[in-house]
Design a protein around this ligand. Structure first.
Ligand SMILES: [Mg+2]
Length: 315
């Protein structure tokens, strides 16, 4: 009797051991499959809290024609999923609010004048500085500094304030109504530089001594407070979303110019849209899992970038 009981116990132990070994084998096999490095992993999901920040000229908009149609399917998809697409540019807030309407993004926050102006979401009435936060030195104060430098040191440049609307139409190819909006600067001055490269260095040094910076945009140069930038403005908005959503959203940035680098550097993921800028876009963190450089330019490159990071969530 005791022998039979012992034999039975032994069978039970063997069965348990076999089952355990099979489970271990299955678990290890599963882990091998799950942990298999894939060629490309969909790192972002439209089903998770996500913010997308994008430059305009040369990125979402064609540099020459301002066309954005190749990006239209993604604009629709993001709107459907309530994913904020935050325009981020050297343009004025007035010009960008007009563009938001055209793109179906009205009511969302935006970053204007290279970060010197932050337009808050239309629903954030309780936020300080609603509806618009002006960072740093005002447009009129910068204008005074520039006029003084021009008088004293004879730098050659033409600001948007120096010319009439028709001249801006000629410079930009915009219609007269849009051209009028490009002049409504609140905390920066846009200009065309007409002096030598050496004089530009001297000019930038003079600005720096007065707490200002000289930024190269897609078409023009911009003078603004040295303490502001697209990156600070983006962080400001990310903090508000984090507070509202009780979770830090993932962030994806898209840009094509050197002035987009600070923005792309503070994003979780970055798309560098192929551009014509001779200086290129130099980022601090260039891991391929974080940064994607597109084959196409303008809005086609923009679409390519979103396809790359969000392709598995297209449906
Ligand atoms: Mg650009």
């Amino acid at each position: 009797m005791d022998e039979r009981v012992n034999a039975h116990r032994l069978d039970v132990v063997w069965d348990a051991r076999n089952r355990y070994q099979k489970n271990i084998f299955f678990t290890v096999s599963l882990l091998r499959v799950v942990c298999q490095p894939e060629k490309r992993i969909a790192m972002l999901s439209v089903n998770e809290p996500l913010l997308i920040f994008t430059d305009l000229d040369g990125t979402l908009l064609d540099s020459h024609t301002y066309d954005w149609q190749p990006a239209a399917p993604w604009l629709y998809r993001l709107r459907e999923r309530n994913i904020p697409l935050i325009l981020c540019s050297s343009k004025t807030a007035a010009e960008m609010l007009h563009l938001q309407q055209t793109l179906g993004l009205q009511g969302l926050p935006l970053i204007a004048e290279n970060g010197a102006v932050v337009q808050l979401d239309a629903h954030w009435q309780t936020q300080p500085h609603y509806p618009r936060r002006i960072n740093g030195i005002s447009h009129s104060e910068i204008h005074i500094v520039l006029n003084s430098l021009r008088e004293k040191m004879h730098f050659k440049f033409t600001t948007f304030d120096d010319v009439d609307e028709q001249t801006i139409v000629d410079w930009t190819g915009l219609n007269r109504t849009q051209a009028a909006l490009t002049r409504l600067h609140e905390a920066s001055v846009s200009l065309i530089w007409r002096d030598s490269d050496e004089r530009m260095t001297l000019f930038a040094d003079q600005l720096e001594q007065m707490g200002l910076q000289f930024v190269h945009g897609a078409r023009f140069w911009h003078v603004l407070d040295a303490s502001v930038g697209k990156d600070q403005a983006a962080n400001e908005l990310i903090a508000i979303y984090q507070q509202l959503w009780q979770k830090r959203p993932a962030t994806l940035g898209l840009g094509d110019g050197p002035n987009d680098a600070p923005l792309l550097d503070v994003m979780d993921y970055a798309v560098v849209v192929k551009g014509l800028n001779r200086e290129g876009v130099h980022l601090q963190h260039i891991e391929p899992s974080r940064v994607y450089r597109t084959q196409h330019e303008g809005p086609e490159g923009w679409r390519e970038g979103l396809d790359y990071f969000l392709s598995s969530d297209k449906g």
